[in-house]
Design a binder for this molecule. Structure first.
Ligand SMILES: NC(=O)c1ccc[n+]([C@@H]2O[C@H](COP(=O)([O-])OP(=O)(O)OC[C@H]3O[C@@H](n4cnc5c(N)ncnc54)[C@H](OP(=O)(O)O)[C@@H]3O)[C@@H](O)[C@H]2O)c1
Length: 320
């Protein structure tokens, strides 16, 4: 498993990281015993980067990650402070006092630290963002206190869905070490501006939702229905277009020795701004298949064809 620098932090993270939302069980279904095996398998495959959050099962995902990685050297854990008003994504005009007041960020950071068994977090991220907060001192004061307390080392922000432009000012500010952003074959928008701003300023990029919540696995048909939160994301009306676009990608990218989801992850790693891509995983099989992507590269021709498959849309529901 190849590792990449996480911006200027000095941390080295596996190209393929573990997205730990699903194993938290809040909005996805998962079996703890299987999740534990998947986490162990990830370590065995050389993955050292785990992205979790307080809200992924109100500390459940954090606890699983802490338990399964305890005693392992070189592990990098990132967690997240949820917005106080519990609004995802953030309203861009929301005042900081409503979303991330200092005392609240400090207390939630300490709760994540406790959930992780007082294992210091390598990165603590704010779970939503509005660029109007960049110059607000409240969240930075809270982060500084958490660092003094020994709860975490570095700070990041998870940017609102499909809105990388709302974090360009932040990338240039010097206030954060990492940014987590949706990046996949459909949503190529971070390439427009954010990636350059991040690279020029030593900010690590964590690429989330690399499989478009599963569509880029190539497993769906027009009739696929969901028993989790995705019943609102992949509505029956949307499925025909999703499947048509994914089938076009399958023709382009699937080949012996490389599945469509593997090519989709390799696409994310083809951009040098990306430190780690974090597919959501709940099974050993997916861990193994995704770990095998490290070192796979797409050809120049494939990358230039993929540009034509950009699809700007927001199935989560809010546009900016
Ligand atoms: N606001 C935020 O900060 C935010 C929001 C979303 C996600 N995230 C982070 O990003 C991570 C990834 O996003 P995500 O989990 O929402 O979406 P994702 O990675 O785009 O997709 C997850 C889906 O991909 C499937 N999958 C994974 N590996 C596969 C493989 N090798 N073959 C076939 N299918 C595969 C999973 O299958 P199964 O259904 O079979 O498990 C699951 O349905 C999260 O876990 C979380 O850490 C952060």
């Amino acid at each position: 498993m190849e590792r990449r620098a996480l911006g200027r932090t000095g941390l080295k993270v596996s190209e393929i990281g573990f997205g730990c939302w699903g194993i938290g069980k809040g909005m996805w279904k998962a079996e703890d015993a299987t999740s534990r095996l998947a986490l162990q398998e990830a370590l065995g495959c050389g993955m050292n980067f785990f992205d979790t959050a307080f809200v992924y099962g109100n500390g459940h995902s954090e606890s699983l990650v802490a338990a399964e990685t305890a005693g392992e050297k070189g592990v990098v854990i990132a967690s997240k402070v949820p917005p106080k008003n519990r609004e995802w994504p953030a309203r861009l005009d929301a005042p900081i006092g409503e979303v991330f007041p200092e005392e609240y960020v400090y207390e939630m950071g300490m709760r994540s630290f406790e959930n992780l068994g007082r294992r210091k977090m390598d990165i603590l991220q704010l779970h939503v963002w509005s660029d109007r907060w960049t110059d607000e001192p409240a969240w930075r004061r809270a982060f500084a206190r958490l660092k003094d307390e020994g709860a975490c080392d570095f700070f990041g922000v998870s940017v609102n869905d499909h809105a990388p432009g709302t974090a360009v000012k932040l990338a240039k500010s010097g206030f954060v070490d990492s940014l987590q952003v949706i990046y996949n074959i459909f949503d190529q928008s971070p390439e427009d501006e954010l990636f350059d701003a991040a690279r020029e300023n030593g900010v690590g990029i964590i690429a989330r939702v690399p499989l478009d919540e599963g569509s880029l696995s190539g497993k769906f048909t027009e009739g696929t229905r969901f028993d989790d939160w995705r019943s609102r994301y992949f509505t029956p009306e949307r499925m025909p277009e999703v499947v048509r676009r994914v089938e076009a990608l399958r023709k382009l990218l699937e080949k012996p020795g490389r599945t469509l989801p593997q090519a989709a992850l390799a696409f994310c790693l083809s951009n040098k701004a990306v430190s780690s891509v974090i597919p959501g995983m709940r099974t050993l099989e997916h861990v193994r298949a995704n770990a095998a992507v490290s070192g796979m590269r797409l050809s120049k021709g494939e990358l230039s064809e993929i540009k034509k498959h950009r699809w700007d849309r927001n199935f989560y529901g809010k546009d900016y």
